[in-house]
Structure formats: C-alpha cells, structure tokens
Design a protein around this ligand. Structure first.
Ligand SMILES: *Cc1c(COP(=O)(O)O)cnc(C)c1O
Length: 398
C-alpha cells in the first residue's frame, strides 16, 4: 500500500524543492541567545529569534525551572481536571491574568492550542467571527474548528470590518479576532478603532498578543496597553514561547465566566496533558521579573530605535514602525535569500521571507531585535547590511 503514497510524496517534495520553497533547518549548537553557534562552529549574532527580552537562557529562569522540577517533578502524566493541577498551575493562571489586566486565565501547552480551544465552545452556528485577513495560522485553524459563520475583513481595513459587522447583524453573538502584532510586517493592530466598532455593533474583541506580551506598551502588558484599551478587550491569547522565556506554553486570558466555561468545554484543555512544572516555574519567574522592572522592555525599545534609525540612515528600505520586528524590504525573492546568505557569512544570522509567507514581490529579510543585543552588535549588523546591500545594489540614496 505504501508504494502509492510514497511516490506521491516524493513528487510533492521535489515540487517544493523546485519552487525554492523547501525549508532547511539550520542546526544550532548552543543555547538560544544574542550569540549562537551553527554547525561549522561559526559564531553568529542572532537576529531571527522571538527572544525579544533575552530571557530564553536567563539564569534566574533556568534556576526557577530547575527548582520547579526538584519540587514538583518532571511531569504529571495527566490532564488538568483529573490529577494534573498543582499549586503553581493555579498561581501562574492568576499571575498571567494580573499581568495582562484580565480577570482570569487558563493554561495550554502552546498558544496554537489556545487558539484551537477558544472559538468552538463559545460560538455556535448562529454566531459570527470577524477576522483580519492576515491573522496567524493558529487562529485560522481554530476558527475552522468552530461552526460560526466567518467574515474575513481586509487587513487593517476598518471600513471593510464595519461593512462586515453590518452584514453579520443578525448573528446572535459576534467576535472580532485579530493578531495584536502581525508577525511579517511588525504592524501593531489599531485596537482603539476595533474596540470602538465592537462597542457600536455589540461585538466581542479577541486579540492574539503572542508578539507583544512582555514588551509592547509602557509596562510591557501588550498591544491593549500600547493602544490604551485595557479593560475593553474581552479575550487575549498569548504564548510563553516568545518573550516570556521562550520554552513553550500559552494561555487564554479573559472575563471570569469565559475562562470558567472554557475550563469545562475546551477540548485541548480537556484532552491534552497539563503544562510541565518546569515551564510553569520558569514562566512564573519571567512574569515576576517583568512585573518588578521595565528595564528589559526599555532596553529592547532603545535597541529597536537604534537599529531602525541606523538602517534607514544607511539607505536600507525598512518598513516603518516601532516594533522589534523590522522588515528589510528587498521585494525580489532571490535577492532576499541571497542577501540573507551573505549576511550569515558576515556573522549576522537573518532569514529571507518570500511567497507564500508574504505576498509575491514583497520578499524581505525579517530582522528581530532583542534586549539581549549589545549596541555594538546592533551597529555591526547595520554595517553588515550596508556592506552587503551596496554589493547587491539595494542601497537607496536620498
Ligand atoms: C507564535 C504565535 C503563535 C503560536 O504560539 P506557540 O505557543 O508557539 O504555539 C500563535 N499566534 C501568534 C500570533 C504567534 O505569533
């Protein structure tokens, strides 16, 4: 039997290779950090991790995770409602809710799971979901698991959102769902306008803040803080696998009854294992650090500004914004990959992104700045971009 599918898969794999879309994985031989080594032993400065606050290999978090293993064990071999809930799990749910300014929260193994969990219990066939067209894959999949009617509005186009709110007027319940930060562009969603529309048309608002929790906003609470709408967003999903230590785990935070109901009904919560004690201990420590001081998110903000200003001055086409996701626009697919390869030779680890991850003709290198980068590393990266950019003829002269 296998013969037929083997043949088919082999053909599909070579088509992926022929289209230049095959994803090779580079093996890193060190822990995650500003400086990592790749297989040939070469040390490179890492500008493509979601390690925004440099907590991925933080000594306090490592220590807290080890302590959690010693005190609470390696694993629980259970889902939460049977025998998988320890004190730290409930402490983390309170801590996350506090940090985000929400009433309660519920843990998942990942934000992907949180997004798979959130829609189906809350919305049935008489309800509607209004979703930004550039939302993350996990939101798209979560929406597919639910029977609600779908309305996809054009990215950031609020006239279109309003038209769809009018069109869906007969639905019993409506939920607007958006990424807080869009990961390919670094755009921050205009939650002020979204919340205004939600109030005018009686809809709920859900934000996936995976690329914001911990550092966007003056206290790092996320895009709802940055946009001044804390208290007006009903549901936030987010990950512990990016700024908050970068291991894994995620949550849904929201109104008390929403979280209580999800605890009864959400399938990835009921039928998938509890979050491991080490992850719980490490994430609690990350939240404790970020609640005590804004030093890390402040440093990230300063590094981001230095990088964005320096790159623009050097004549590179950086998509404007304030987020540490800095898309360096090359437009041409081959050029983006060629430039990323040459930058790696210069010790700068960045990745080119092209279709289908971004639209055709909008290829780019996505640089991600971290609080862990030194000013020297930021300046070196700008200089390397300028050198390689000049060689490849992409520097714009004012
Ligand atoms: C990274 C990301 C996720 C997935 O988070 P995991 O915890 O790694 O599953 C979900 N949504 C958005 C917007 C993300 O950027």
């Amino acid at each position: 039997m296998y013969g037929a599918i083997q043949k088919e898969l082999t053909a599909k794999l070579s088509a992926i290779r022929d289209d230049g879309l095959y994803k090779n994985e580079r093996v890193i031989t060190t822990p995650q950090g500003a400086l990592v080594s790749v297989r040939n032993g070469k040390s490179v400065v890492n500008f493509c991790a979601n390690n925004y606050l440099g907590l991925a290999n933080d000594a306090d978090i490592r220590e807290a995770a080890k302590r959690a293993i010693d005190e609470w064990g390696y694993g629980l071999s259970s889902v939460r409602f049977i025998c998988g809930t320890q004190e730290p799990h409930t402490m983390l749910e309170k801590a996350v809710a506090n940090f985000l300014g929400m009433e309660d929260s519920i843990l998942f193994s990942s934000c992907f799971d949180a997004n798979a969990a959130v829609f189906e219990p809350l919305l049935d066939a008489e309800c509607a979901i209004l979703a930004d067209s550039l939302n993350h894959a996990s939101i798209i999949d979560g929406v597919r698991l639910c029977k609600a009617e779908r309305f996809i509005y054009e990215h950031n186009n609020f006239a279109d959102l309003e038209a769809k709110l009018i069109e869906s007027g007969k639905s019993r319940l409506r939920l607007i769902v958006t990424d807080g930060v869009f990961s390919m562009d670094g755009d921050i969603a205009d939650l002020g306008t979204i919340c205004d529309l939600a109030e005018r048309y009686d809809a709920l608002v859900m934000v996936d803040d995976s690329h914001a929790t911990g550092f966007v906003g003056a206290k790092g609470r996320g895009t709802h803080e940055y946009r001044g709408v804390m208290g007006r967003v009903d549901i936030i999903t987010t990950t512990f696998g990016k700024a908050l230590g970068g291991a894994s785990g995620g949550c849904i935070a929201g109104r008390a009854e929403v979280v209580e109901y999800l605890r009864q009904k959400a399938r990835p919560y009921l039928f998938s294992n509890t979050v491991a004690p080490a992850i719980v201990g490490g994430t609690l420590k990350a939240l404790e650090k970020l609640s005590a001081s804004t030093e890390l998110r402040d440093r990230l903000e300063a590094n981001t500004k230095r990088f964005r200003d320096g790159m623009t001055k050097a004549g590179l086409d950086v998509r404007p914004g304030v987020h540490p996701i800095c898309p360096v626009m090359l437009y041409d697919e081959h050029l983006a990959h060629e430039m990323a390869d040459q930058l790696l030779d210069e010790g700068i680890y960045v990745i080119g992104f092209s279709f289908p991850v971004v639209p055709r003709g909008k290829a780019r290198i996505r640089v991600q700045v971290s609080a862990a980068h030194s000013t020297q590393q930021i300046d070196d990266a700008i200089a390397a971009f300028a050198r390689v950019g000049a060689k490849l003829g992409v520097i714009q002269r004012a």
